[in-house]
Design a protein around this ligand. Structure first.
Ligand SMILES: [Zn+2]
Length: 396
């Protein structure tokens, strides 16, 4: 069993050989070597892990789960040589998903998300973060956030929500940037905060989206409404997103493929979690984030899918792990911590989930492999033997 507690370095996953884990209801009450299992627990019901390994449920801490339509035609366009920015300039990209999302009803979006979530759970994911950002009007952003709140009921142990109204400028505000920013700050944030619809406020900081000064204004306004800052930063260009994350006290800065050395230093100093999203690099054929450089500089790195219809249409957290090792140069143990306790920290849930310790939720998976290194190396979803969510077995 790998406990993945929040101590030591990224590489320290705190394995226990011949381990036992005891839980009551949805909460872990004891972990340790089986031979030290307290006598009072010996007569309880036993689930035999059959020599498999037990790890915390995986946490996907960055997704854009709810959206209308898909964009497989753009995938083909990229294969024929068009870049992500070129496609966006000809009416594709985020704005085409905005159009399809506005045309979808809340119920349609809910049904689609529900089906996708069922499949995500089968990959061993027991908690997820979901962003708005394909509505870009008050009504459509609220629609997306309400879908997430409806999903919260029994679906996953944990669903955290992020307001990403600052994903891009909608068509109707292309020539009135400040007008859209005021709409975000004066109209959307107050209602989202009052209705408790989001935990975080995110901004896409990029030459083609929001500048650092525009992002600063939005994130600081979000903070006044109780929303913790998060950033899409330095993905396509190095534009000071990491430094802004440190300055605004962001909980995480995500992407970072083009982060500067100064940005790395600032994130380490301010203890901002870096979220690596390598599936986006795979699909857009852009450089991968060198996670090694960040870890060596003392930055905690989480790994997520960035699931969205354009740049990362796969929600396969296993693929994100494999790419984080092969291209991000994380070791397999570092990668395990990146999808458990550090991913929990990126969504402010580290006191509830992300490690196997007494008091935490009993979210764990049993893998039919000799060790976690083999799990990533073999890359075979069939190796998941059991999934437990809040203490209840949900797979097989
Ligand atoms: Zn994203």
């Amino acid at each position: 069993m790998y406990t993945c507690k929040d101590e030591g370095l990224q590489i320290d996953v705190f394995p226990i050989h011949n381990a036992a884990l005891a839980w009551v209801g949805d909460t872990i009450i004891w972990t340790g070597k089986e031979k030290y299992l307290p006598e009072r627990l010996l007569n309880d019901e036993i689930v035999d892990a059959g020599g498999g390994i037990v790890v915390p449920g995986f946490i996907d801490c960055h997704t854009h789960l709810a959206f209308g339509g898909w964009r497989s035609e753009e995938f083909e366009m990229r294969l024929k040589g068009k870049s992500y920015l070129e496609i966006a300039k000809t009416g594709g990209g985020i704005l085409s998903t905005v159009k399809a999302t506005r045309e979808s009803s809340e119920d349609e979006l809910f049904q689609k998300c529900h089906l996708i979530l069922e499949r995500i759970k089968r990959l061993g994911v027991t908690a997820i973060e979901c962003k708005s950002g394909y509505g870009l009007t008050l009504a459509d952003e609220l629609k997306l956030l309400k879908v997430y709140h409806r999903l919260k009921k029994p679906d996953l142990s944990t669903i955290k929500t992020t307001f990403l109204g600052a994903h891009t400028f909608p068509q109707e505000f292309i020539h009135d940037r400040q007008g859209y920013i005021q709409l975000l700050i004066d109209k959307m944030l107050p209602i989202i905060s009052e209705d408790n619809l989001a935990d975080f406020c995110d901004v896409f900081v990029e030459d083609s989206a929001f500048s650092t000064s525009e992002a600063r204004e939005i994130l600081n306004a979000g903070k006044k409404f109780g929303l913790i800052p998060k950033l899409h930063a330095d993905q396509l260009t190095s534009c000071g997103g990491a430094e802004l994350a440190a300055e605004t006290g962001a909980i995480s800065a995500d992407h970072l493929e083009q982060i500067s050395d100064n940005g790395i230093r600032e994130m380490a100093r301010a203890n901002v979690i870096a979220v690596n999203l390598p599936i986006a690099s795979l699909y857009t054929q852009q450089p991968y984030l060198n996670c090694r450089k960040l870890v060596d500089a003392g930055v905690k790195v989480a790994v997520a899918t960035d699931f969205n219809p354009g740049s990362a249409p796969s929600y396969d957290i296993h693929l994100a792990m494999l790419l984080s090792c092969n291209h991000g140069r994380l070791t397999t143990d570092e990668c395990l911590k990146a999808v458990t306790i550090y991913a929990a920290k990126a969504i402010a849930e580290e006191n509830e989930i992300g490690s196997l310790e007494p008091g935490k939720k009993a979210d764990f998976i049993v893998l039919d492999v000799p060790d976690f290194r083999f799990w990533i190396y073999h890359h075979n979803g069939a190796d998941i033997r059991n999934i437990f969510l809040k203490g209840t077995q949900i797979h097989p």
